[in-house]
Design a protein around this ligand. Sequence first.
Ligand code: FE2
Ligand code: FE2
Length: 458
Amino acid sequence: MKPLNFYHLTDLHYYANEVIGSYGEKYELKDMLDQKCMDKSGAIIDAAFRDVCEDKETDIVLISGDLTFDGEVQSHDALIEKLYALKEKGKRVFITFATHDFYMHARKYTDEGETELPKYTRAQLREKYADFGYNEAIAEHKNSYSYCVQLSDDVRLLALNDDGDFDKFCGFYNDLLFWIKDQIEAAHEAGCEIFAMTHHPILEPSPVYPLFSHKAMLGGYEFTGPYLANAGLEYIFVGHTHIHDINSLTTDKGNTLYQVNTAALTAYPLAYRKIEFSDKGMDVKTVQVTEIDADTDGMSVLDYSKKHFTYMIELIFDSLENDFDKFCLLAQGFSVDGEKLRKVESLLHKFGKMVNGLTFKKLCGFFGCGKYVDSSIADDKIVKFLCSAIVNMYSGNEVYSPDTPEYKAIIPVCQKLGKVIKIKDHSGNRVDIAKLVAGIICDDGINDIEAFLPAKCK
Ligand SMILES: [Fe+2]
Ligand SMILES: [Fe+2]
């Protein structure tokens, strides 16, 4: 097979404010309470597209859904213009859309309040984006708006739309699963390699993810992952979680499926992927946006986006104690149901108050683990550590390895906590708290930023 280069971008969440014209306190609050840099999204996308255009050796660009902020027609129209500009520079762009492209509350924000903006239906999106996948399709699954394209003489792409019922189930219905299997078989019979992209993950990007947003995984992922692997699929590119991660599963039959989950382009770490696909496997690298044409308060755009994200996480802990309405608003951004949280408001409020006052010394001392606390971190706030661990997790750079003082202090506490508190996952299985926390703060699996993912020996 001739090596093939391509880019994977996802979750652009473009808010075309230059056309929409939102302004005022409500708009600033909306921007501030979001992980994504909503107000700078256009400039970040322009910078990424500019860098992609400068790369003359790669002409294929995959974008796996959540193209717009909340589905505003203005954002779609402006993005389509940008995609046509890429096309004019010789790039072939392939998209899928996802719930943020047609199912959310598209809004304009002004001092007077919020006004609803029009959205396109899925059928309209299929037509609007026809030149970015559908018109090149060699097969199309019309019910789901999924399609298959020939990327090169010997490589095909399955662009899978996992909208499901848009709400309780985002995944593949049986007819789509059968169609996928047929497409994989047809590709192999034609002597082609085939890989896929979809929006939702089939493997958790962090062990904590299915616990707090099980619904945000691809519906039926426990079945679908092994099904796809056994059907002969070796690679799938996903988004949605906004977490930069690479994971894999191996089935009883010995088939391995790698999942490359790419972070949201317009949120820290402003990352996308460049991949070289050859007979040997996929060489996956991370590219970051480093310079945009917009005011970033005198900081580099990376520092700006990190500060934007960190501020939001810090606000979660602060609002837990001081402003529960704001806390619920923020929690929704992480696919957590705000109404469910209200049922345990007083408990969460007490928890927030307690957590905000904790240092490593206090926490570990309380659990009789004081001897594990190094003096260099004794007075550090636990909240600061948690914020840093969360930001690290999203950027695929979980730095608290077993030799760090933070790991040495926090894991014994979690082991003791696990003896007192019993947490169960969605299937009712007991969760090992120490193992869970270790998996969040330190990723000992595949390197999430740069990795070589070997192909099955044929
Ligand atoms: Fe998203
Ligand atoms: Fe999403």
